[in-house]
Every structure is written in structure tokens, then in C-alpha cells.
Design a protein around this ligand. Sequence first.
Ligand code: ZN
Length: 190
Amino acid sequence: MSPITHFFMGWAVANAVPSLSKRDRAFVTWASVVPDIDGLGIIAEKLTQNSRHPLYWWSNYHHVLGHNLGFALLFSIIAAIFVNQKIKATLLVFLSFHLHLLADLVGARGPDGDQWPIPYLLPFSNRLQLTWSGQWALNAWPNEAVTAVLIGITVWLAWRRGFSPLEMFSTKADAVFVTALRNRFPMKPA
Ligand SMILES: [Zn+2]
């Protein structure tokens, strides 16, 4: 799925435990996006495609380097150092990361109809290549439907809890968003 979908999925996971701090929520959210860091090779690949020595960093490493257990453990360990709620937040980081892999497994067929197997046990073993025959394409409608539902959840959470993913970029923008939302849909007095 696209990084946008992964982002909102991570945000939903981050809100599963209400007591998480702002920092913990950020780690859990980004854990759901970070596997796609291995897709950044596309920049080098595009830049060198007409050169004498083209680099195939995207073709060779996307869905490989970041999409495996080793990277999940590495990212979880880094997160564990910085999060406030060591156990809860770290477990959610690990879970959020795996939700990314699962989402890719069900809905990330390549543009050329190519399946992208997930070498889950890397770097420990190359034996396991996860695929699902029912996998739909990256730009198929279910992904758009899932994204729409996740954005709906995000807006509802913002209205209800008083913060949105904007908090990661600007506290002010977040407050403006929540205020606008609550003015438009006033909360019933309890
Ligand atoms: Zn991915």
C-alpha cells in the first residue's frame, strides 16, 4: 500500500492505547511507514538510468531491505531507547511495523502485475518469501477504500481526543484543526 495509507494505519495503531505520549504516538505511526525507506533507491535509479553505470537500487532493494524481521527488530530497539512507555509503546511499534508488511502482502501488486514477495526472515534466512495469490494491485480500489476509512477514523479521533497527526508537524496547526472540527460538530455536553 502507499506510504499515505501506511501512515494513517500507524496512527490508528498509535491511538489503540490512550495513555501513549505524543512522542510514543509518533514512533508507532512512523513504524508503519519506515519499511518503505528501502524505496528511496528510486531516486538513485532514476538519476542514473541513462548513464553508463545505472544503479538498480530500487529494483533490487525495494521490498527487501526494510521489509523483514531484522529491520523490524532494529527499528523496535531504536524506538525502545526513546519512547516513554517502554513496553507498551515498543510492542505497538513492532505491531505497527508488521501491519505494514501485512498490508503490502494483501495489496501491493506491482504496476506490471509483478508480485513482490516479502523476504520476511532476512537477514537471518532467505528461505521464506511471503506472497499471497489474492494480492491486489497498489492502485486498486480496496486500497483507496481502506485509506478513506483510515482518514475517517483519524478525523473522528481528532474530534474526540483533541489531537491529530498534525501534532507531529505543528502543535498550532493541530489545535486549529481540532478547534475547527469541534466548532463544526459540537460535542454534546456529558
Ligand atoms: Zn512497503
